[in-house]
Write a protein that binds this ligand. Structure first.
Ligand code: SF4
Ligand code: SF4
Ligand code: SF4
Length: 357
């Protein structure tokens, strides 16, 4: 009788498949069938049922379920700790609880969850295969780029008093708070051996990471060193393109992506280069300086460089403006040229979702 409704107006659904229903709130379990099993390792059936009341404030959640505030608080605390729930400050100052849209980045790259044992790790690998098989970011013909490239080095004209949306260093300096986290893609299923302590999150995402005990708060200096270290390793700096929409201008994270493990770059290539990335720059070759040595070609993850008639040539359709090739050129023959951004990004990588069913 424990799971039946006991108070008029309050509902607790029949517990036939609470993990499946919770999985449906996060994703499509037909496409990622390992997800309900992962959830069953993270929370109990009773906890899963209570979480189905999300999103809302504690008072709103209490009105929807048959549970004391104390139990509900404990469930939310636990779910937040394992990465299933985000706590977001509402406009009225009340904390609102919601599911994270990028749930795998909070559940599956938290090495504390790895302590759940071999079953969790096996499901984790299975989830990675299922997720990648379906091309999560392939949103159809109307899809717009959801991420922007932050060049490794900005040309002088790119530096302005106001934080330009592509200046990773200025973004780091302007942030109220910075946290260094694991790169979810490489941590979950990476094969390249490149570093995983590379993802920087800022401000409210940093607050959330610290509240969950996930990641490490870093100073401006340390965060800038992360950018330098990851650029030297040949990783591409990216962030969301939400800043192109009227409602948003903040930068919540800077990722450092490799073409082999990164879901974002994978979706960029899989979508015929239409989907993932907004490029603000293109590489330019100074033909007077270029010796045609070819050293830059290996640095470009986007296949945008070729050597022709003894000099490097840039294919502007392919260049993402990441700037990694600049550091590879011994003759300083490469630079970046700013290009106009013509489209408005559709928001494909939200952090908080949750239509109630
Ligand atoms: S998007 Fe790139 S940096 Fe971010 S988690 Fe994935 S690979 Fe890592
Ligand atoms: S040519 Fe390649 S490495 Fe150079 S900026 Fe363009 S995409 Fe980046
Ligand atoms: S590394 Fe520099 S000099 Fe060598 S081919 Fe590329 S642009 Fe030319």
């Amino acid at each position: 009788m424990r799971n039946q409704s006991r108070s008029p107006g309050k509902t607790v659904r029949a517990p036939a498949a609470p993990f499946l229903r919770l999985a449906e709130r996060l994703d499509d379990p037909r496409q990622v069938p390992s997800l309900p099993q992962i959830l069953a390792l993270l929370v109990t059936a009773r906890e899963a049922e209570l979480l189905l009341a999300l999103p809302g404030t504690l008072a709103q959640l209490r009105a929807r379920v048959d549970a004391e505030a104390r139990e509900l608080r404990a469930v939310l605390r636990k779910a937040r700790r394992v990465g299933l729930v985000l706590a977001v400050a509402g406009p009225n100052g009340k904390t609102r609880y919601a599911f994270p849209d990028v749930y795998p980045d909070s559940i599956l790259c938290d090495d504390r969850n790895n302590a759940l044992g071999p079953r969790f790790r096996e499901l984790w690998r299975r989830w990675t295969r299922e997720h990648r098989a379906r091309r999560k970011f392939d949103l159809g013909p109307d899809a717009r780029p959801g991420f922007r490239v932050l060049p490794a080095v900005l040309p002088p004209e790119g530096r302005r008093a106001v934080v330009p949306p592509v200046d990773a260093r200025a973004i780091v300096r302007a942030a109220r708070r910075r946290v260094l986290q694991q790169c979810a893609c490489r941590f979950r299923g990476g094969t390249c051996g490149l570093p995983t302590d590379t993802c920087l999150v800022f401000d409210h995402l940093a607050d959330e990471a610290i509240a969950r005990g996930f990641g490490r708060e870093v100073s401006v200096r340390e965060a800038l060193a992360v950018l330098d270290r990851t650029s030297r390793a040949g990783l591409v700096h990216t962030s969301s393109a939400d800043y192109l929409t009227p409602a948003r201008s903040g930068t919540e994270f800077i990722c450092s992506c490799c073409p082999c493990c990164c879901e974002l770059l994978e979706s960029h290539f899989a979508s015929g280069r239409k989907l993932a990335l907004v490029a603000h720059y293109r590489a330019v070759v100074d033909l007077d300086r270029c010796t045609g040595c070819g050293a830059c070609l290996a640095r470009c993850h986007f296949g945008a460089l070729r050597c022709r008639r003894g000099a490097a040539r840039v294919d502007e359709r392919l260049c993402a403006g990441c700037g990694l090739c600049l550091a590879a050129c011994p003759s300083k023959a490469l630079s970046l040229r700013q290009v106009p951004v013509r489209y408005e990004a559709r928001r494909v990588h939200r952090h908080v979702i949750n239509p109630r069913p």
